[in-house]
Ligand binder design. Structure first.
Ligand SMILES: Cc1cc2nc3c(=O)[nH]c(=O)nc-3n(C[C@H](O)[C@H](O)[C@H](O)COP(=O)(O)OP(=O)(O)OC[C@H]3O[C@@H](n4cnc5c(N)ncnc54)[C@H](O)[C@@H]3O)c2cc1C
Length: 161
């Protein structure tokens, strides 16, 4: 049987896989998106759905005091200096960028969870008021996501373009 050819192959339809597939497709790639389970969504579909997105643009627009330096200080403090610095910096730099890109290029919208503190606001860089937590609400139909979504086997493997 001849194999399909793709520019990018993504295995898994959790938040990571769907985001990767979306980004690649938006860049003009032919994307093969495959899911081994019967239903889409992975653990992401079962999760509480709150996302820690420090220094995001909604936070900034609401006038909250946050910064790349505070985020890095907080993560570094939580890990007692054990986290690799380049990984912390990469998260601090790209989390706001990824959230903004998703909002601008997909039906996803992030809604600030007002008043939800960091788990450890007492740590350096921690934020007790915070607008770092967001919940992806969406302009997409609810049937398109969640553990109750049950695409038939014929829908899989999914192909994003
Ligand atoms: C009850 C619960 C609540 C949670 N609440 C939160 C929360 O509020 N906030 C938060 O940040 N995190 C939360 N988490 C953690 C969060 O859900 C996970 O860290 C996140 O969903 C992982 O996303 P992912 O895309 O990496 O993996 P997943 O969402 O697990 O997706 C991986 C997918 O890949 C598929 N797969 C695996 N191997 C293959 C293969 N070889 N070929 C094809 N497909 C494959 C799997 O079937 C699955 O669908 C929670 C977790 C649980 C269990």
């Amino acid at each position: 049987m001849p194999a399909d050819t793709y520019d990018v192959i993504v295995l898994g339809t959790g938040a990571a896989g769907l985001t990767a597939a979306l980004r690649a497709a938006a860049a003009g790639m032919e994307v093969g998106l495959f899911e081994k389970a019967e239903k889409v969504g992975g653990t992401s579909a079962w999760s509480g759905g709150t996302v820690w997105l420090p220094n995001n643009r909604h936070e900034t627009a609401l006038g909250f005091d946050d910064s790349r330096e505070q985020v890095i200080t907080y993560l570094d403090s939580l890990s007692h200096g054990l986290m690799e610095r380049p990984l912390i910096e990469a998260y601090a730099d790209t989390a706001p960028e990824v959230a903004a890109w998703l909002e601008d290029n997909s039906p996803v919208e992030f809604e600030i969870l007002r008043g939800m503190s960091d788990y450890h606001p007492e740590h350096p860089g921690g934020n007790v008021k915070a607008a770092r937590w967001s919940a992806p609400c969406s302009r997409m139909p609810s049937s398109a996501s969640g553990p109750t979504a049950s695409p038939s086997a014929g829908n899989l493997p999914a192909r994003s373009r």
